[in-house]
Design a protein. Structure first.
Length: 263
């Protein structure tokens, strides 16, 4: 195990951020003036095809599939490795500087929506789709939606980071986050053993949120070598749910969505 003795006061200049050295800073807020383009559609999406980003394109394509024209959208690419998320226009939509972000121009004043789960909920409620309205059904969807937003950072920021992105392979964090990631996979596998969708009999925004992370992991689409390392073959119910959802035309279109340049 490598030894690190923390200084009394931490300083960013002493920290090695590996692949993310160019973008990570310990401060929030905009770093430069930026004018984001806007298209003509009611919804403007500023995003990227990451697990959090695809939640939004899949949801919008599901709404399109249901024939909802008011869910038409322009999709712009925020290149996070180039730091587009720190420009003034993006920060005005999401002060947290993370994709995805939505600007709803069908209302005056326009409504900004950030946090992928907040965007899913906003769209589900706006169009009254993919979310039950009875209190018990709605609460179960929210249970799983909130579960996803709390759980996935252990997978992405924890397991994925230390297994895939960190400059060296460190046993302690890889063990810690693999343990938790496998516990989450086992939880989902046990849930899908007894129901077709995460909140019961119907496909909802909770499936979209969870599929975008755990389905993509089960498709071996996230981190090199992770499928074998996590023994994803052993989560058969999760895999069945993953494959079933992957066949939805809206999911396929959401994954293949075309992001327009902002510059
Ligand atoms: N909790 C947020 C997380 C969003 C997030 O972490 N987005 C990443 C890409 S998946 C990002 O924009 N990273 C850029 C950065 O950290 O500077 C959500 O669900 O929307």
């Amino acid at each position: 195990m490598s030894h690190y003795i923390p200084p009394k006061v931490w300083s960013a200049k002493d920290s090695d951020q590996g692949k993310f050295s160019g973008i990570n800073r310990p401060t929030a807020g905009s770093r430069f003036e930026q004018e984001l383009p806007q298209g003509k559609k009611p919804l403007q999406i500023y995003s990227l095809g990451t697990p959090n980003g695809i939640k939004v394109t899949i949801m919008l394509e599901e709404l399109r599939e249901l024939g909802i024209e008011a869910a038409d959208y322009d999709l712009f690419k925020i290149s996070i490795m180039d730091g587009d998320q720190f420009g003034s226009d993006f920060v005005a939509i999401n002060p947290n500087s993370k994709i995805p972000a939505l600007l709803d121009r069908s209302q005056e004043p326009n409504i900004r929506v950030f946090e992928s789960a907040s965007i899913l909920l906003y769209l589900a409620e706006k169009f009254d789709k993919l979310m039950p309205s009875d209190p018990a059904g709605r609460t179960e969807v929210l249970n799983w939606l909130f579960w996803q937003t709390g759980a996935a950072p252990f997978v992405g920021g924890g397991f994925g980071h230390f297994f895939n992105y960190a400059p060296e392979k460190l046993e302690y964090p890889i063990n810690r986050f693999t343990m938790e990631t496998k516990r989450q996979l086992d939880l989902l596998d046990k849930e899908f053993a007894r129901k077709p969708y995460i909140a019961g009999d119907d496909y909802t925004i909770a499936d979209i949120a969870i599929w975008s992370w755990y389905g993509r992991l089960a498709q071996d689409a996230l981190y090199d070598g992770a499928y074998e390392f996590l023994d994803l073959d052993s989560y058969s119910h999760l895999k069945e749910w993953t494959d079933h959802i992957a066949q939805r035309p809206a999911v396929q279109r959401g994954l293949a969505a075309d992001y327009k340049d902002i510059k």
